[in-house]
Write a protein of this length. Structure first.
Length: 197
């Protein structure tokens, strides 16, 4: 699916003009806009429902088979189970087509302030009725694929000082409490002493 979609690359002026919408993302309580499974490299499946698991991450996703350069034995990094991105930013650079959003390669798309100030490492988020994830300290950075899919100006934006502060490229997280989630579910920030598995 991913290779068959082409996104018109937004200019820096277009991105800057729309960035105020991202800055206004809700704090503390937001919405899961989209869940995506990556069954293989460059493959994407937009899901109506997804299952989160503390050991596997998002069930059916290829995280557990992806070697990591950040672990000594190149095993999948436990603090990079989930990639989370701001849905307003994705819509800004990819348009309204949610299949195009999936090109970003993230599993969870939140309408929520993901900035470093709003969600420092260790922050916990409840999704839907049961699932809880925790923001980790591992950085989530833009790569060559991101630049190729969304353009050099989008890539420059995520690497800017403001882009890093707002976490425009997103954040890494791990599953603390498993559960079924679906688009439209409420995402709530929890006190840091709640939601420990």
């Amino acid at each position: 699916m991913a290779d068959s979609i082409t996104v018109r690359h937004r200019t820096m002026d277009e991105i800057m003009e729309g960035l105020h919408l991202v800055r206004r993302s809700p704090q503390g309580v937001g919405t899961l806009a989209l869940a995506v499974r990556r069954p293989a490299v460059d493959a994407r499946e937009v899901l109506s429902r997804a299952e989160l698991d503390p050991d596997a991450g998002l069930i059916g996703d290829s995280w557990s088979q992806r070697p990591s350069s950040r672990t000594p034995d190149r095993s999948p990094h436990p603090d990079m189970q989930l990639n989370v991105i701001n849905s307003r930013f994705v819509e800004l650079i990819a348009g309204a087509d949610r299949d195009a959003w999936a090109l970003a390669g993230d599993q969870l798309y939140f309408d929520l302030d993901l900035s470093v100030d709003a969600l420092p490492a260790g922050s916990r988020l409840a999704i839907g009725e049961r699932a809880v994830i925790e923001v980790t300290a591992e950085p989530h950075n833009g790569c060559a694929k991101f630049a190729a899919r969304f353009g050099r100006d989008a890539h420059k934006t995520v690497w800017s000082d403001e882009g890093q502060r707002l976490r425009l490229r997103g954040l890494n997280a791990r599953v603390l409490v498993g559960g079924t989630i679906k688009a439209g579910d409420t995402v709530r920030q929890l006190p840091t002493d709640v939601g420990q598995a």
